[in-house]
Design a protein around this ligand. Structure first.
Ligand code: APR
Length: 315
């Protein structure tokens, strides 16, 4: 028997996907369908989570499957399928393998859930949002990428550790593409409302900005066999929650810019208001010349990647 709860599908039941499903189930944001290409694996993980429910008092239904028919009518689809980085690799090195995977997944998702909102997690993130947007034919309001939420979370975690204050006091903003040229906005990053530029010397702020830029790589180096998954999953869940609960929450997310910030036709991380319709507004804040040009550099890098995808003949 079906229940009238939000339906959230997570494609890719690996580290990020399984963690996302687990958090969504625990927070009871909806019923979760976990999909993977590997037979038995999503079914096994989903059953394991169902058996965890009674222990933790959670009441969500998690279904594992290899069949997109089970995802039909999803409200939101989180796409995490694809290979992660290994030490020495940049996110861009994943491009040909992950373009093919995201294309195949998006075709299936668009057929089974034509009204869904897509949240991409697969890297290289901004380029994968481009692929999903193009393949699905969905409007820009319903195709977005998770990057700014994670990059901002990393920046916030580093500031909290540096100043030894509660992470709850910290607000940070990271825009731009999900790469080494992302744009952490120091001016809008505050501790209990006070800009960090007033709380630490310039060199320390710069060191934390650099650590944020390399935050994903720092974890890849430690793990050796793959990339981060707890914080990426939590960040995707933050976006799902904002949409499912129609929160109108401002979360930096990868979206198709159509003239905002002087960028047109490129996917890049911008401050976005997320609600039940997906991307409900792109917030335009006044950037300094330096911030604006950093954003443009980041966007032009994404544009190059997308042009490269077009030459690969996969789409
Ligand atoms: N359809 C469905 N699932 C697929 C497909 C496909 N065509 N191709 C691969 N997968 C699945 C794999 O079987 C695997 O279970 O995607 C899963 C990926 O899981 P992991 O290898 O654990 O990778 P993970 O750490 O979850 O990262 C996934 O997210 O953060 C990004 O850079 C990261 O691109 C990577 C993605």
């Amino acid at each position: 028997m079906s229940r009238s709860r939000p339906k959230i599908s997570v494609i890719g039941a690996g580290n990020v996907g399984a963690s996302t499903a687990l958090m969504l189930a625990g927070l009871e944001h909806g019923d979760v369908v976990l999909v993977d290409i590997v037979e038995g694996m999503p079914q096994g993980k989903a059953l394991d989570m169902m058996e965890m429910n009674p222990v933790l008092g959670w009441d969500s239904i998690i279904t594992g499957t290899n069949d997109y028919a089970d995802t039909a009518g999803s409200d939101i689809v989180v796409i995490t399928s694809g290979i992660p980085r290994k030490p020495g690799m940049s996110r861009d090195d994943l491009i040909s393998t992950n373009t093919a995977i995201v294309k195949q997944v998006t075709e299936n998702v668009a057929k089974s859930s034509p009204n869904a909102i897509l949240i991409l997690v697969t890297n290289p993130l901004d380029a994968m949002v481009y692929v999903a947007h193009k393949v699905s034919g969905f409007p820009r309001e319903r195709v977005m990428g998770m990057a700014g939420a994670l990059d901002s979370a990393r920046f916030m975690a580093f500031i909290a550790m540096e100043l030894d204050v509660s992470v709850e006091n910290i607000n940070a903003f990271v825009l731009g593409g999900h790469g080494d040229d992302m744009v952490p906005l120091e001016r809008f990053t505050t501790v209990a409302g006070v800009p960090i530029t007033e709380l630490m010397p310039k060199e320390r702020v710069e060191a934390l900005v650099q650590r944020t830029r390399g935050g994903g790589g720092e974890i890849v180096k430690l793990l050796k066999t793959g990339s981060a998954f707890y914080a990426p999953a939590a960040s995707a869940v933050e976006m799902v929650e904002a949409i499912i609960k129609d929160k109108k929450k401002i979360i930096p997310s990868c979206v198709l810019a159509q003239g905002e910030y002087g960028i047109d036709g490129t996917f890049v991380g911008l401050p976005v208001k997320l609600g039940r319709a997906g991307v409900e507004e792109i917030m335009e804040i006044n950037l300094s010349d330096e911030e604006r040009s950093a954003l443009h550099v980041s966007a032009s890098h994404v544009k190059e990647l997308c042009e490269h995808i077009e030459t690969m003949g996969i789409l």
